[in-house]
Design a protein around this ligand. Structure first.
Ligand code: SF4
Length: 596
């Protein structure tokens, strides 16, 4: 009996089970110290790998991506953009990712895995893929699922058999101080200004394409011309020579710059800045782009409802299955799409940084309770905040200045950035501006802004399935709609499935917007006291009115492009008639219109 008990106690299987049970019970009882999560250590991307490693990135429009890639290439990196995420990518994301993620996570994570699988099919081994490719993306600490993207990428890559694939982070909260920390990806002055140009050019070109295409006379011309234009700008960004003071300085000064590092760095920084923003090559490239785009013939008398796109950052930007090809669909249905630039997001981050600094200053100020006579402490308290606000304010001014400059160089008709203070003020009664995550108060603020200023006929909010901040905004929007009765607002959840259902809902709301646009146009036409034929024949005599960059002054309270245009043409006819009458009275001969 005793021998049997000893045998049982020494049985390896019984001992293993006993140990496993002991561990389980200790865990339940909380007797073991918890295992903390540690961020996995990423293999470094080092400078010596630059010649063989390709940086992958994606998630923007093709215009942004082509321009960003050109900047990477111009700085000496191999770089490739990922394809636009499609439904198979979404399904791969679901297969290899965690449950319960939001839609953009599945699309973007699946898209990366899908691309790596494609490389494998093309004949690359897994080891070659791990060694010769890295993925470059934005990251954040939340509060929405955006904070989990990095972990999600790693998790899905591991499940798909690409464990160890490098994911480099560019944290939104860190700005240009990128998380990568590896010298393989260096944030130089050339890279920074190149990226600034690429992002702003991408935004402005994206805005222009949606302003021009609905009115093009020759179908397909806009796409063709924009393709050529973006290629031309990419060539400039890629081949731009870097400014180096050691080469540009006169011979007598060269040794000074060689020996003095600070002097060299300072002059190089300003020289590069000037070269990127005011360099002749860049200005010439912009002029060529402007001339090309202005050659497209447009007919702005077509009545189209203007649909403002808002919603979650990725869903309102992507041009594929991620939002059911919504922009293409809207244009097919006869609408003019008003897209959102990425620049708004950067402006929002700066505005929030300022608002947060003010709100938190009572706690963050260097001297908590200075006595009334401690003037130096009061001064330090007051100046500390001011310094912070001035620094962010300077960033805001520069951002807006360069954005407006890009607009002016490319025809001057793209939309300016909406003032962030106004957006926050309009949203605040419904959505607290300090509620962070996703687009924060922007969705509500934009909805109110575009409605009260009559800048569109309908607001379409594209929000991904499972998006927490957007669901919160939607809850609030019912109160907003209740207050602004003539608002046409439609939220669409882009779940990766159910495209037909989404399109049909948009069609219904668009029907109302079309009626609104038509009524506005007829009202304006009546106000001119002219017939459409009269207006059209004046346009025929004045070909400059058929050019997209012909500037039509904005009239408050009119949303439609056609309505704005006929009011302006009518003004010109009136002026022209008066001019002709005066000329006739004075006996002066008037030459025929000479075109543009
Ligand atoms: S904003 Fe919404 S969709 Fe975008 S990452 Fe956050 S939770 Fe996901």
């Amino acid at each position: 009996m005793a021998t049997n008990l000893v045998q049982i106690a020494n049985d390896p299987e019984i001992r293993r089970r006993l140990e496993a049970e002991r561990i389980r019970l200790r865990k339940i009882a909380g007797l073991d110290p918890p295992e903390h999560f540690h961020r996995p250590v990423e293999r470094a991307f080092t400078a010596d790998q630059r010649s063989r490693v390709t940086i992958l990135f994606g998630g923007f429009t093709w215009k942004h991506e082509d321009l960003i890639r050109a900047v990477f290439q111009g700085c000496g990196y191999h770089c490739e953009k990922l394809p636009v995420p499609d439904v198979p990518a979404f399904q791969i994301g679901k297969e290899f990712g965690n449950n319960g993620q939001c839609n953009p996570t599945y699309f973007t994570v699946g898209n990366l895995v899908q691309y790596l699988q494609f490389l494998e099919k093309e004949g690359l081994s897994r080891q070659e893929i791990l060694d010769n490719y890295v993925f470059f993306t934005a990251g954040s600490c939340g509060p929405c699922r955006f904070g989990m993207y990095e972990a999600e990428y790693r998790f899905a890559l591991k499940n798909a058999g690409f464990d160890g694939f490098r994911v480099l982070l560019f944290k939104d909260s860190d700005g240009l101080k990128a998380e990568s920390g590896e010298p393989g990806l260096k944030f130089t002055v050339d890279f920074g200004f190149g990226m600034l140009n690429a992002l702003q050019l991408g935004d402005v070109i994206n805005d222009l394409i949606y302003q021009i295409r609905p009115f093009e006379v020759a179908k397909g011309e806009t796409d063709r011309v924009f393709r050529e234009t973006v290629d031309g700008l990419c060539k400039d960004l890629k081949n731009r020579k870097s400014f180096e003071i050691e080469k540009q300085a006169p011979n007598w000064a060269k040794p000074k710059f060689k020996s003095n590092k600070i002097l060299r760095y300072t002059f190089n920084a300003f020289g590069k800045w000037h070269e990127h923003m005011w360099g002749q090559d860049y200005l010439d490239a912009l002029q060529t782009a402007r001339d090309k785009l202005n050659s497209i013939e447009v007919d702005r008398t077509r009545v189209k409802p203007v649909v403002k796109i808002t919603g979650e950052f990725w869903a309102q930007l992507t041009e594929g299955d991620g939002n059911f090809h919504m922009f293409e669909f809207l244009e097919r249905e006869g609408a003019q799409v008003l897209v959102e630039p990425i620049a708004t997001w950067a402006a929002y981050l700066m505005y929030q940084a300022k608002a947060n600094a003010i709100a938190k200053w009572p706690v963050n100020r260097p001297h908590a309770h200075p006595k009334w006579y401690q003037v130096n402490k009061h001064l330090a308290n007051s100046l500390g905040l001011r310094k912070k606000l001035w620094a962010i304010g300077a960033g805001e001014h520069m951002w807006n200045f360069f954005y407006n400059r890009t607009i002016n160089h490319l025809g001057g008709i793209a939309h300016r950035l909406v003032p962030q203070t106004e957006l926050a003020e309009l949203a605040h009664p419904f959505y607290n501006q300090f509620a962070r995550g996703g687009e924060g108060h922007l969705e509500v603020g934009k909805n109110v802004y575009y409605t009260v200023h009559k800048r569109c006929h309908m607001v379409l909010a594209l929000k991904p399935f499972g998006c927490m901040p957007s669901s919160q905004s939607d809850g609030v929007q019912s109160a907003v709609i209740n207050k602004f009765k003539d608002m046409i607002f439609l939220p669409i959840e882009t779940s990766g499935e159910g495209e037909v259902n989404a399109h049909s809902r948009v069609q219904m709301a668009l029907g109302e917007a079309k009626v609104k646009a038509k009524a506005e146009f007829e009202h304006c036409l009546k106000a001119t006291g002219k017939s459409l034929e009269q207006i059209r024949s004046f346009i025929e005599e004045h070909p400059e009115l058929k050019r997209p960059f012909y500037h039509v002054p904005h009239r408050e309270g009119v949303a439609g492009t056609a309505a704005q245009f006929i009011l302006h043409v009518s003004d010109r006819i009136n002026r022209d008639t008066r001019f002709r009458r005066r000329a006739r009275v004075a006996g002066v001969a008037i030459p025929a219109a000479s075109g543009d």
